[in-house]
Design a protein around this ligand. Structure first.
Ligand SMILES: [Fe+2]
Length: 208
């Protein structure tokens, strides 16, 4: 077939559908675990990173309700998957002996949380809006472990954050990959404390 301008225009919707179907079933892009995965899992590692059981004070920072869904490459929810997240505190310091600025650490921030997906693949965390730290744009690390599949380790970014374009890991991704690890963060008006919410989708790699 001779490719005229008109035939290209007519074919465009079909190409678009094919591309979207491909995008929906491709696994979430992987990213390095980085140096700050906990050396030892803390005793309080629940899905509320803003509060540590033994403390009255809550962590500093702006609260983020992080909701997500874990699916397979066929867009089917994955129940019972273990989802872990970890991130630095509001001062940009990790709860990790390798962080070089321990004196600045917010001791009320849990830093790491773990949960399991429900029957519909959903999960949620109460955490803080990620902030930059030296050398990195804001991000939340995540690791997902599900039966019979290779573990997926990745990082999620704040959509539209000015510093993203200067981040060495963010820059390694294509525009489409960036889109799939970006969190669109919306204000949540129901609380007097500054609060935000976001929804993400994590697509697991195929069974090994
Ligand atoms: Fe990090």
């Amino acid at each position: 077939m001779k490719l005229t301008r008109r035939s290209l225009i007519l074919a465009a919707p079909a190409l678009l559908v094919a591309r979207q179907a491909w995008a929906a079933t491709d696994p979430t892009p992987r990213a390095s675990e980085g140096p700050f995965y906990p050396v030892e899992i803390p005793s309080d590692h629940d899905s509320d990173l803003v509060r540590i059981d033994s403390l009255v004070r809550e962590a500093g920072g702006e609260i983020l309700q992080l909701r997500g869904e874990v699916t397979d490459t066929g867009a089917k929810p994955v129940a019972g998957a273990v989802v872990e997240i970890w991130q630095c505190d509001a001062n940009g310091v990790y709860r990790h002996p390798g962080d070089r600025r321990p004196n600045l650490r917010d001791t009320a921030f849990q830093g790491f949380g773990r949960t399991t997906t429900n029957s519909d693949g959903s999960f949620s965390f109460r955490t803080i809006l990620p902030v930059p730290y030296p050398g990195r744009t804001p991000h939340i690390h995540a690791k997902i472990i599900a039966d019979g599949r290779p573990a997926l380790t990745t990082q999620f970014y704040r959509a539209g954050y000015g510093q993203n374009d200067r981040d060495f890991l963010y820059n390694r991704m294509s525009a489409e990959e960036r889109e799939r690890v970006s969190m669109a963060i919306r204000p949540q008006s129901s609380n007097s404390k500054t609060q935000w919410e976001t929804d993400i989708v994590i697509v697991l790699p195929r069974r090994g």
